[in-house]
Ligand binder design. Structure first.
Ligand SMILES: O=P(O)(O)OC[C@H]1O[C@@H](O)[C@H](O)[C@@H](O)[C@@H]1O
Length: 315
């Protein structure tokens, strides 16, 4: 399906699993497995990898792949009766060649549309017919944008919780801070989701951290002091955010030193589940882009490489 305008290569990834590679004309690329609709690579124009895969990632369905950006649906973590993080990350998605129009102000041609429909087996564990459409785009400014559309194709309303779980590459977990969440309430997921208020100016990492921040601003920043780069995470349609690094917690399919190389800053909808009425559709946007940290401290003389929230979702 590679054409001049839709530069998508369909290939085989690890263990022969179907993988798509999206490239733009600046040499940026994104790789997506149909298994889980999981983004496993995002490279900028210099071929630098911006996401992390676990050195022990298992590409063996039905095991979830550790790393990249898992899609957590229709249940975030263990907040309900389903397996942890729902089942979308354990399903084979399909390419949708002719999806319903998605109205955005993004003129990029470097995108792919994936689709997951509830199967009979899914209906046994989650009795709600749905269609989940995910568009993965390399934006014109090099941003990685994931647009989710969840349609209720059933006869009764349903609720779901949700998250997109990026493993963002950082120089070293001790060299970064996460900004934009101070003075907010969070549920500490290491303490039975007890509610606290974050009085710190910024989040730094010295041990395991697993927090669900409630009602956050749409934009959160990961400042990497060593790289002098900031990853900007922008979300719409999901009010919560998770910040996670396992540090020395045992995660069986994560290499012992892997935690040093990533931070998860997730867009999420957990505290207030999303309700979708029959025939209706919920839309959510997740966007990440990398800019020089100087964009935020007034020292940047050229605005050129500083992207200003490229909102693309129009409803
Ligand atoms: O091991 P999993 O199911 O992929 O989950 C990874 C992590 O995902 C995060 O979203 C949760 O906050 C953590 O509690 C969890 O450990």
């Amino acid at each position: 399906i590679a054409t001049e305008h839709r530069p998508i290569e369909k290939t085989k990834g690890i263990n022969g699993l179907d993988k798509l590679i999206i490239r733009d004309r600046h040499g940026r690329s994104v790789e997506v497995y149909l298994y889980g609709a999981q983004v496993t690579s995002w490279k900028n124009e210099k071929q630098e990898e911006l996401l992390v895969m676990s050195s022990k990632a298992i590409f063996n369905p039905p095991t979830a792949i550790r790393g990249g950006i898992p899609v957590l649906f229709p249940q975030y973590s263990n907040t309900g009766p389903l397996p942890s993080h729902g089942f979308a990350r354990n399903r084979f998605w399909e390419i949708e060649t002719n999806p319903p129009p998605l109205i955005t102000n993004c003129s990029s041609h470097a995108f792919v549309d994936l689709i997951l429909r509830s199967s009979d087996d899914d209906l046994k564990i989650w009795p709600h017919k749905f269609v989940y459409r995910l568009r993965v785009t390399i934006g014109v400014k090099g941003d990685l944008t994931l647009t989710s559309r969840v349609k209720n194709s059933d006869t009764k309303p349903f609720n779901f919780t949700f998250g997109l779980h990026p493993y963002f590459a950082v120089s070293d977990i001790s060299e970064i801070q996460v900004d934009g969440l101070s003075n907010l309430d969070y549920l500490d997921q290491q303490k039975n989701r007890t509610r606290f208020t974050d009085h710190e100016k910024t989040i730094t990492f010295t041990s395991q951290l697993d927090r669900l921040y409630l009602n956050t601003p749409d934009t959160i920043r990961i400042v990497d002091h060593k790289k002098k780069k900031t990853i900007v995470v922008h979300k719409e349609g999901q009010v919560d955010a998770v910040v996670w690094n396992p540090w020395d917690k045992k995660v069986s399919d994560l290499g012992v030193e892997d935690y040093r190389r990533f931070v998860a800053v997730e867009s999420a909808a957990v505290a207030k589940p999303i309700t979708v009425n029959p025939g209706e559709e919920w839309k959510g946007l997740f966007q990440a882009y990398v800019v020089p940290s100087s964009c935020f401290n007034g020292k940047h003389d050229s605005k050129k490489s500083c992207i200003d929230h490229p909102h693309i979702l129009k409803t």
